[in-house]
Design a protein around this ligand. Structure first.
Ligand code: NAD
Ligand code: SER
Length: 329
């Protein structure tokens, strides 16, 4: 992993993973790309516009940058995918296929994330085993299962060193989330700090699996640095850090803001998605095969979010205002 191309670098994970890779691989070794104009998101790394559906442009970017590893983060997330299932199929499947074809041709390694969404209502919920029935009821989940299998196929058939994690909901404050169902767990912090109240789109008792972003970016780098031999579930490792309901998260936030108030106004689409997902992944295989360990539990994550957001708020009141307004809708 000497020269890396990040696709979807303007997103929630891509923005923080690009920065982590910049620290890990060196400043000249990271090319951050996204379908969005870099003028609106570019950070410290070299950045350019790239649509993963354009295989020619993708191949040229890999060749010109001499990339040896592709981090593929471009996708349409769960709630957005239910709003536009055909777009989700195209971006999530055709985009991944383009990445794997270019990786096979240019001998690149690939990181492509899966999700808790790869499981459906028939899977055991607590814990959800590493290997179990996967019959998701969402278009996003369908593309995640198919993506895991496609990566396995490209590894077995073409020798592409593809690796992936089944991420739970990821919590962070630097870049807004991109249309997922677990987004409530980020919006709630913005709303708590800005207005002291939050209107939650999930029921109070909806338990979901979650992870704080620094654990997630570290997991990606550790998996990509791991020796290949022990990796028996290379494209679909369950990983987890914490599990909570909106009511439990609200209780944790009240330890920081005593007067914080939460109301519940479940959105039927996102509630149905959440109800079909695991409460808690069993990540014992990731722990055994490449030494995965989380560092952030609920209290530690909440403290870090409060501190990080409070700093951001003083720098960027306009962005915070916009996010909390959309969170309240
Ligand atoms: P995001 O929506 O925040 O970012 C995705 C980025 O992809 C956006 O910046 C978007 O502009 C870009 N993009 C969309 N279409 C593109 C295209 N055709 N070409 C190039 N770029 C395009 O998503 P995220 O939260 O950063 O998720 C990244 C990956 O991680 C996805 O595969 C997602 O399924 C997975 N994941 C995320 C979470 C989470 O909680 N954030 C959890 C599990 C899995
Ligand atoms: N956080 C993601 C979503 O809610 C899970 O993959 O869509």
């Amino acid at each position: 992993m000497k020269r890396v191309l990040v696709i979807g670098a303007a997103g929630q994970i891509g923005s923080e993973l690009s920065a982590a890779l910049w620290n890990h691989c060196g400043s000249a070794a990271v090319l951050a790309t996204d379908i969005r104009d870099p003028a609106t998101w570019g950070g410290r790394t070299e950045a350019q516009r790239l649509d993963c559906l354009d295989r020619g442009a993708l191949a040229r970017a890999v060749r010109d940058f001499r990339a040896d590893t592709i981090f593929h983060l471009a996708a349409i997330l769960s709630a957005s995918a239910e709003a536009n299932p055909l777009l989700a199929w195209r971006v999530n499947m055709d985009g991944l296929l383009n990445v794997l074809r270019v990786a096979a041709a240019h001998r690149c390694r690939v990181f492509a994330p899966s999700s808790i969404a790869a499981f459906g209502p028939e899977a055991p919920r607590d814990p959800t085993p590493q290997t179990t029935v996967q019959r998701p009821s969402t278009m996003y989940g369908v593309t995640k299962v198919a993506g895991e299998l496609l990566c396995d196929y490209y590894h077995a058939r073409y020798g592409v060193d593809a690796r992936g994690l089944r991420f739970p909901g990821l919590i962070s404050y630097r870049t807004p989330p991109g249309g997922g169902t677990t987004d409530y767990a980020i919006e709630i912090f913005h709303a708590a700090l800005a207005t002291g109240r939050y209107n939650c789109f999930l029921r109070a008792d909806t338990r979901l699996d979650m992870m704080y972003m620094p654990d997630a970016t570290r997991a990606v780098i550790e998996l990509m640095e791991a020796a290949p031999e022990p990796l028996r579930h290379r494209n679909a490792f369950n990983v987890t850090a914490m599990q909570f309901t909106p009511a439990e998260l609200a209780r944790e936030i009240r330890r920081h803001i005593a007067e914080f108030r939460i109301d519940y106004n479940p959105d039927p689409v996102r509630q149905a998605i959440a109800d079909s997902w695991p409460d808690r992944l069993d990540d014992s295989e990731a722990r055994a095969q490449w030494g995965w360990r989380h560092r952030y539990d609920l209290p530690r994550m909440a403290t870090a979010m409060m501190r990080g957001l409070a700093r951001t708020m003083t720098h960027d009141r306009g962005r915070l205002q916009a996010m909390t307004e959309s969170a309240g809708r």
